[in-house]
Write a protein of this length. Structure first.
Ligand code: ASP
Length: 347
């Protein structure tokens, strides 16, 4: 539905140009010729993804030591990057990456989402375009297979930004999105996690926080940035609790004037610190580099306030930042300078 049209010539040109691109630096920018003198230069393509931040116990990675997580991250990263490489938009790239992670039962989004107090999955997602500040979000969705698609439909096909619960489901029906029974989202692991918490048995912090939220940020060949985030929220949530992921400005934000950010972590802290917008605001109003702005918010403000988690971010020049204050964050990045990595712990 949101698949981009492949443009083979452009693709080949981008691949060829990628090999001669270098990291943009402040010094290079200062020495650069004026816009009028500048040849039409290729823009840097870049994408980053996350699969949640927190305390990642080695046991949680499974018998293969995390290979399945890494493969899931790589598949999403490469699918998103392929969209950019083919000349597709950053919006299509982040949608593609997040859809794959929603289908991967290891992550806390779509299938494999953490469970609420009543044993059901309630899903939240949001997406934003830095080009025109359009945005869409959904919360408390229970039957839509890809909540990120629904958020995108809200952005593109409705006059609203955020829909919740039954209304969001009704809108999904009107738009013909794929529906599944709520059981489809539920995995034995998430059931056990909820049971442990309900029985008051000591649960690792990550089980309470719902480790595994997913997100993506990207910049395309036109310099447009976009961000998307999708989650089941926190284990044992109740009373219609909504975290930061579907809140524009808290868990997701994108503006070509600064950057695109997707967050993961203890949502209540991220809402109060309006994390994603705060990072973009430091870049836009203070002229800080994305790296400095992200560090200030994630390692400074959030740590002081007790908020654990992390963010991924990209600016229109293609600088990627992955910053977290927790022991680990499932993450990956890829860009047209040839960089490609996935990681779990600090390394
Ligand atoms: N931020 C998500 C929430 O609070 C959870 C997470 O990212 O782990 O709903």
């Amino acid at each position: 539905m949101h698949t981009s049209v492949l443009r083979p010539l452009r693709h080949a040109a981008l691949v060829a140009m990628a090999s001669i691109m270098t990291m943009p630096t402040a010094a290079a920018a200062a020495a650069a010729p004026s816009a009028a003198e500048q040849p039409a230069s290729p823009r840097r393509l870049a994408i980053a993804i996350h699969g949640g931040a927190g305390v990642i116990a080695r046991e949680q990675l499974g018998a293969d030591g995390g290979v399945a997580y890494r493969q899931g991250l790589e598949a999403a990263l490469d699918a998103g990057y392929a969209v950019l490489e083919a000349g597709g938009s950053s919006l299509d790239a982040v949608t593609t990456a997040v859809r794959l992670l929603e289908d991967n039962p290891l992550f806390n989004a779509g299938r494999g989402a953490v469970l609420a107090h009543d044993g059901r999955a309630y899903l939240d997602a949001s997406i934003m375009s830095g080009k025109d500040l359009s945005a869409g979000a959904v919360t408390g969705v229970t039957t839509v297979r890809h909540p990120i698609d629904l958020a995108r439909r809200v952005m593109e096909d409705s006059p609203h930004v955020m829909l919740s619960g039954e209304g969001a489901e009704e809108f999904a029906g009107l738009k013909g999105l794929e529906r599944v029974p709520n059981d489809w989202f539920i995995t034995p692991t998430r059931r056990q996690q909820l049971d442990r918490v309900l029985q008051g048995r000591s649960a690792p912090r990550n089980e309470l926080q719902g480790l595994g939220t997913v997100g993506a940020v990207a910049v395309d060949s036109r310099g447009d940035v976009a961000a998307a985030t999708s989650t089941g929220g926190m284990t044992n949530k109740r009373w219609g609790r909504i975290g930061d992921a579907p809140i524009i400005g808290a868990g997701t934000y994108a503006n070509n004037a600064s950057c695109a950010v997707s967050a993961t972590g203890h949502g209540e802290y991220f809402i109060r610190s309006v994390v994603a917008h705060d990072i973009c605001a430091l870049v836009e109003y203070k002229g800080w580099s994305l790296a400095r702005a992200a560090k200030e918010v994630v390692q400074g403000k959030l740590v002081q306030r007790g908020g654990e988690g992390g963010i991924i971010a990209v600016d229109p020049q293609g600088h990627l930042v992955l910053e977290f204050n927790s022991p680990g964050m499932f993450r990956g990045l890829r860009d047209s300078s040839g960089r490609r990595m996935v990681g779990i712990y600090e390394d």
